[in-house]
Design a protein around this ligand. Structure first.
Ligand SMILES: Cc1ncc(COP(=O)(O)O)c(C=O)c1O
Length: 468
């Protein structure tokens, strides 16, 4: 185990007992009764499966999570950006029940009514021209698939048109192609022979500066022209570029790109008959206040990768694109892709999202997050360098005072304290306080949860000062 990270306290401790409409903490934390389960998981699973806050989830409804011992948390994570329509969405549960009652649990890729309806629903919601969808299981599979589709498109133009652009700091999943495209060199150690045709452009947004920077279109365009020129100077033939992949925001800090940069990238790709891929695995399906996060950039994309919230719970992911891009290769199918239960619940999930206008709801609730993060920043100006985000995906960048050194441990301690007070947020392990609640969260619960985060921040900062 080579982790240097802060270890959450694993022994139950007396904490303040809390009873509000949205939160209940009625045991020591971690709940003493949960320890047997936690220790069993730690014994049998890899360490990295077990570095979350020590809560044993027993039941989750809408924006709250319950354990078996009477504790109830407000969830600011959506089970990591999955449950946009709320945990245990009743319409999804009903759709699953119908499949269980048949029973219809596995069909390989024989025809299935629910799958056909889901594909139709996705295409109906997708941008005009995206008339096909390939169903898979995980987000990483979709970005791998997008890489392949860009290259299959490229090599029909010239045999060496294999180049793929991505960004430093990006994340696209943990399989080989996905992790190579992800711009995190520390995660490449196991790969050995890195794909020589995947090129990383520098991240054009400064996480330590205000988000206003993304609106300076001229600066964004200039930055792209400079970066692409540098790539060419490094010996890359730009005509061999087959595509580029970007997330509407980099997950760790809800970091959006300069709008002018993405516009210039789009123009560059169009001139070279290359494809633009939006990795919407995290940003898609209403999270940012638009159905797809790339809509903020005022560009068209050729392929959209979806995971997480497209299903709302069960494992299902999808690549969306034009017919001519998806009808290319006999290899586009997989054992669990488009499996019956995920299809049935994803269909109910997307209908719910559409009928309840949840993208618009996320945009409306953005104002609450903006205000609450502004209060937090005003209280801890030395600690919070910048706030980034749109809709219901926001992050505060936390540093050691007077530096640009991310304070990962402080963040861990803040979210641990908030957890003890009935709020579960996201552990990014990168020095950001990040929130992404279900889009259905009640306004008062969102406000309450943000107040608890700020209160926890204050306690940890003053305790750290006392320790010095
Ligand atoms: C932007 C993005 N792409 C891809 C992935 C990988 O998805 P999965 O974990 O389902 O493979 C993630 C997961 O966090 C993600 O945020």
């Amino acid at each position: 185990m080579d982790n240097q990270e802060y270890m959450f306290r694993r022994t139950p401790k007396k904490v303040e007992q809390i009873h509000t409409k949205n939160r209940v903490i009625c045991t020591e934390i971690p709940a003493p009764g949960s320890m047997e389960i936690i220790e069993r998981s730690i014994k049998y699973e890899p360490w990295s499966m077990n570095h979350q806050l020590y809560a044993v989830w027993d039941r989750a409804e809408d924006y709250t999570v319950y354990d078996k011992w009477g504790n109830k948390w407000i969830d600011l994570s959506s089970g990591i950006f999955v449950t946009n329509t709320g945990h245990g969405n009743p319409e999804m549960v009903e759709a699953l029940r119908r499949m269980l009652d048949k029973p219809m649990l596995n069909s390989y890729y024989y025809f299935l009514e629910e799958r056909s309806l889901l594909s139709e629903q996705i295409v109906k919601m997708a941008p005009e021209g995206m008339d096909k969808v390939f169903l898979l299981t995980t987000g990483a599979e979709t970005t791998e698939c997008a890489l392949k589709l860009c290259r299959l498109h490229g090599i029909r133009r010239r045999a060496d048109k294999l180049g793929m652009l991505s960004f430093a700091g990006a994340f696209h999943g943990k399989t080989m192609g996905a992790q190579t495209m992800a711009g995190k060199p520390a995660s490449w150690r196991w790969i050995g022979n890195l794909d020589p045709c995947i090129y990383h452009l520098p991240c054009p947004t400064d996480a330590f500066e205000s988000m206003d920077q993304i609106y300076d279109e001229e600066r964004g365009r200039d930055a792209f022209l400079r970066d692409i020129e540098n790539l060419e100077k490094s010996g890359v033939d730009l005509d061999t570029i087959a595509g580029a992949i970007f997330e509407p925001y980099q997950g760790w800090a809800a970091l959006f790109y300069p709008i002018g940069y993405i516009k210039a990238l789009r123009e560059f790709l169009t001139e070279r008959d290359a494809l633009l891929v939006s990795d919407e695995v995290q940003a898609g399906w209403g999270r940012t206040g638009k159905l797809f996060g790339y809509e903020y950039y005022g560009v068209d994309v050729d392929l959209i990768c979806c995971g997480k919230a497209i299903s709302g719970a069960l494992p299902l992911s999808a690549v969306l694109g034009r017919k001519e891009l998806l009808d290319v290769d006999g290899s586009l199918n997989s054992t669990h892709g488009g499996s019956p239960l995920p299809c049935a619940s994803a269909l109910a999930n997307l209908k719910y999202l559409e009928e309840h206008h949840l993208a618009e709801e996320a945009k409306r609730k953005e104002a609450i997050l903006r205000e609450k993060f502004a209060v937090m920043k005003a209280r801890f100006p030395e600690r919070i360098r910048a706030i980034h985000g749109m809709g219901l995906a926001f992050a505060a960048v936390i540093v050691k005072p007077g530096t640009k050194e991310l304070d990962v441990e402080l963040v861990d301690r803040v979210i641990e304290r908030a957890f003890e007070k009935g709020v579960m947020s996201i552990r990014t392990m990168t020095g950001t306080i990040k929130v992404g609640p279900p889009l259905t969260i009640a306004d008062d619960a969102l406000e309450e949860a943000m107040d608890v985060l700020t209160e926890s921040f204050g306690e940890i900062v003053s305790e750290s000062a006392g320790e010095r």
